[in-house]
Ligand binder design. Structure first.
Ligand SMILES: [Cu+2]
Length: 128
């Protein structure tokens, strides 16, 4: 009779632990994803290039904070050069992280002869 009671207690204990375990995994799942994405962010600039323009006429970043610039050639083959910061991106070197140490307005030019619109293919990096 005692053995049965111990067995019964054991089963109750296992159920209780399983229920707690379920609760833990559920709350962990719902809380992880938003926190993880904000942590990895930082300043991001995506230069989306098509024939023959970048997707924005200006890109704003903050001075003194690391910024990751990524070139995305959505159409054609283009490069992105920011002379002031000695940056030159192309398909073999698509992304760079640097910290702008001065404020101002700096031109971004296409650095690859991409066709008839090449000379006008430019945009602006604004550091403020
Ligand atoms: Cu070009």
């Amino acid at each position: 009779m005692k053995k049965l009671l111990v067995l019964f207690m054991g089963i109750v204990l296992v159920i209780a632990i399983a229920a707690c375990g379920n609760k833990d995994t559920k709350s962990a799942q719902s809380s992880t994803s938003p926190a993880a994405t904000t942590q990895a962010a930082g300043q991001q600039v995506l230069l989306k290039a098509t024939n023959f323009k970048f997707d924005q006429s200006e890109y704003r970043v903050k001075k003194g904070e690391p910024v990751t610039i990524t070139l995305d050639n959505a159409q054609g083959v283009h490069g992105a050069s920011i002379k002031e910061f000695k940056i030159n991106l192309d398909n073999s070197n698509k992304t760079v992280t640097f910290t702008p140490d001065k404020a101002g307005t700096f031109p971004i030019n296409c650095s690859i002869m991409c066709g008839s619109g090449h000379a006008n293919m430019k945009t602006t990096l604004i550091v403020e």
